[in-house]
Ligand binder design. Structure first.
Ligand code: SF4
Length: 380
C-alpha cells in the first residue's frame, strides 16, 4: 500500500506507483480496468459501468521488444506503450480501448489486441470533426461502445449511471482548470513539474479520488509560496509528453512552465459534457468533437492555434517549447505553421524532438540558450 503523504506528493506517488494503484483499486472494488490508448476514448461510458479507465503511457526506458510488431519509424511513445504491454507491466488490465486516431498508436493497439489476452474495444472516432455529420456518426459509435461494454460487464448502463459518470468527470475537469488558473499568478504556487504529476494522475486514478485530493491541493495552493525565482514563463506544447524529468530540468535553469497544450494536459480535460436534452450519448459525442483537437483532426479550419495563442496571453507566456515525438506525423505537419503563427504573434519558440529517453545535457544547453534569447521581461 502507498504510505500517507502530503497532498502534492500524493499525485506524484500515484503516477510513480500507477501499477500498484490500479491493482489496489481492483482488489478494493472488484471492478474491471480498461487501458486507454488515446484521449478520444469516451471514458464516461466505461466509468458508468463501474470500470476504471487507465491511460497507457510508456516508461521512458530503452527497449528492444517491439521491433517484430511495430515499424522502427513509429513514434517512440507508441512503441514504448506497446513495450510495456509486451513486458507484462499492464497484465492486470481486463481490457483495452482505442478511439481511431493516428496510425502509430492505432497500430500499437492492434498489436496489443493480437498478442495479449485482453478484451479490446475500438471506437470509430471520425477524422473530420468539423463536419456536422460527425455528430450523429460519433453518437452512433458511442451507442455501439455502450452495448459492447454492457455485454462485457453483464450490467446495463442506465441514464442515471451515465449522469453520475458525466457529473464526476465534469467536476474533475473543472477542478483541473481551477488548479491551472492558479498558475496565472506572477509567482505560481505550483511548479510545472508538480502540475504535470497532477495532470498525469488524472488519467490513472479514479476521478472521485483525484477530485478529492485536487480540492485539498487547491486550498493549499491558495496560500502556498514557493521559495524560488519563477524566471521565464513557458508553455509546453506538441506531441504526447509525460516526461517529468525534462520539465524538472527546464525549471532548474531559470523558468517555470505555466501552461501546456498536450494530450497529457489541457487537451485531455479541455471541456465538459454539456447535457442538452435527453440523449446523453449525443452530449458525450459533442464533448469529444468540440475539445481542442489533436492535429490530425484540426482541419479544414485551425481550431487549436487560436486556443493555444489565447492560453499564451492568459498565462503571460514569454516563450513556447514545441515538443515533437520523433516521427510523430500529426505534430510534425503542424509545427511549421504553428511556429509561423507564434512568430507572427511575437512569441519565441524552441523546437525539440523527443525520443523515449532524452539527451538531457544537450537539451539543457538549448533551453538555456533559448531563455537567454527571450530575456526576463515582466509581462504583468
Ligand atoms: S499523435 Fe504523435 S505522439 Fe501521439 S501517438 Fe500519434 S504519432 Fe505518437
Amino acid at each position: 500500500m502507498i504510505a500517507a503523504v502530503s497532498t502534492i506528493e500524493k499525485f506524484k506517488n500515484w503516477v510513480e506507483h500507477r501499477h500498484q494503484y490500479a491493482r489496489d483499486w481492483k482488489a478494493r472494488t472488484g471492478g474491471k480496468l480498461l487501458g486507454t490508448f488515446c484521449t478520444y476514448v469516451p471514458e464516461e461510458i466505461a466509468y458508468a459501468a463501474g470500470i476504471l479507465p487507465v491511460r497507457l503511457l510508456g516508461s521512458h526506458e530503452p527497449q528492444d521488444v517491439t521491433e517484430p510488431y511495430l515499424f522502427g519509424m513509429f513514434c517512440p511513445f507508441s512503441r514504448d506503450v506497446l513495450a510495456q504491454g509486451l513486458k507484462g507491466r499492464f497484465n492486470y488490465l481486463d481490457g483495452i480501448a482505442e478511439a481511431h486516431t493516428c496510425m502509430h498508436i492505432n497500430q500499437a493497439f492492434e498489436s496489443w489486441s493480437i498478442h495479449l489476452p485482453v478484451k479490446s474495444f475500438f471506437i470509430s472516432m471520425p477524422s473530420k470533426v468539423q463536419s456536422p455529420r460527425s455528430r450523429p456518426l460519433l453518437a452512433g459509435q458511442l451507442g455501439i461502445f455502450k452495448k459492447e461494454i454492457e455485454e462485457w460487464t453483464g450490467r446495463s448502463i442506465s441514464d442515471a449511471d451515465l449522469d453520475r459518470a458525466i457529473d464526476i468527470y465534469n467536476t474533475n475537469r473543472r477542478l483541473m482548470w481551477d488548479m491551472y488558473n492558479l498558475r496565472k499568478a506572477p509567482n505560481p504556487p505550483i511548479t510545472g513539474q508538480e502540475a504535470m504529476f497532477v495532470a498525469l494522475a488524472q488519467q490513472m486514478v479514479d476521478k472521485e479520488e483525484h477530485s478529492q485530493a485536487l480540492r485539498e491541493l487547491i486550498e493549499e495552493l491558495k496560500t502556498r509560496k514557493l521559495n524560488r525565482d519563477p524566471g521565464a514563463r513557458l508553455m509546453l506544447l506538441g506531441s504526447e509528453d509525460d516526461d517529468t524529468e525534462f520539465i524538472k530540468m527546464v525549471e532548474s535553469v531559470g523558468a517555470t512552465v505555466v501552461i501546456d497544450d498536450h494530450c497529457t494536459g489541457t487537451r485531455y480535460f479541455w471541456n465538459e459534457v454539456d447535457c442538452v436534452g435527453d440523449n446523453r450519448l449525443e452530449s458525450i459525442a459533442n464533448r469529444y468533437l468540440d475539445r481542442t483537437p489533436c492535429p490530425n483532426r484540426d482541419w479544414p479550419d485551425r481550431i487549436r492555434f487560436p486556443r493555444v495563442l489565447q492560453m499564451t496571453k492568459d498565462y503571460g507566456v514569454q516563450g513556447v517549447i514545441m515538443i515533437q515525438q520523433k516521427f510523430c506525423d500529426p505534430h510534425e505537419a503542424d509545427m511549421p505553421a504553428l511556429t509561423a503563427y507564434m512568430k507572427k504573434a511575437g512569441i519565441p519558440t524552441l523546437f525539440l524532438e523527443f525520443d523515449a529517453t532524452l539527451p538531457m545535457g544537450q537539451f539543457r544547453v538549448r533551453v538555456e540558450a533559448f531563455l537567454e534569447t527571450i530575456g526576463q521581461e515582466d509581462l504583468f
